[in-house]
Design a protein. Structure first.
Length: 154
């Protein structure tokens, strides 16, 4: 039986392919492993249970590693590192254990939109561990399953 990691929407919004965000992301991720989300909310929640393995100094991104060693990175907006943390607030720290739905970070969409893009990449940073993944692009609400990741058999 295949191991499957289920991802839930971390924020209400519209899911788009990574290719619609930025060519750099596609060139630096294998097979476009991930999606973009145009958020309608300000609070981002854990899309998967696991351990927080990275919180950026600029408070705009967090990475979670699952029990299957799949790492999911959520990067709040594009070009937001230049804000140096302004407009963001983090609810977790590196080393914390999170469960689907736990608060990860806050993004003041009104503030961020003044100088950066709201579109948020959600990237699987361990694409070599993925056999395949399926995305339901129709999901618009937070806490709803939108992706199944089939893990490579070891």
């Amino acid at each position: 039986m295949d191991k499957v990691v289920e991802l839930y929407m971390p924020v209400a919004g519209q899911i788009i392919p990574l290719s619609e965000i930025n060519d750099y992301l596609i060139e630096n991720t294998v097979d476009g492993a991930g999606v973009g989300i145009i958020p309608n909310g300000d609070i981002f929640f854990a899309p998967v249970s696991g351990k927080v393995v990275m919180v950026s100094d600029t408070l705009n991104s967090v990475a979670i590693n699952t029990k299957n060693n799949i790492t999911i990175l959520i990067h709040g907006g594009m070009d937001t590192a230049k804000l140096e943390g302004r407009g963001f607030g983090m609810y977790v720290r590196t080393g914390d254990k999170v469960t689907v739905g736990d608060k990860l970070f806050f993004m003041d969409r009104d503030y961020v939109e003044l100088t950066a893009k709201l579109t948020t990449p959600l990237i699987i940073t361990t694409p070599h561990k993925i056999a395949s993944f399926n995305v339901d692009y129709d999901v618009k609400s937070a806490f709803v399953k939108f992706m199944d990741i089939h893990v490579v058999k070891e």
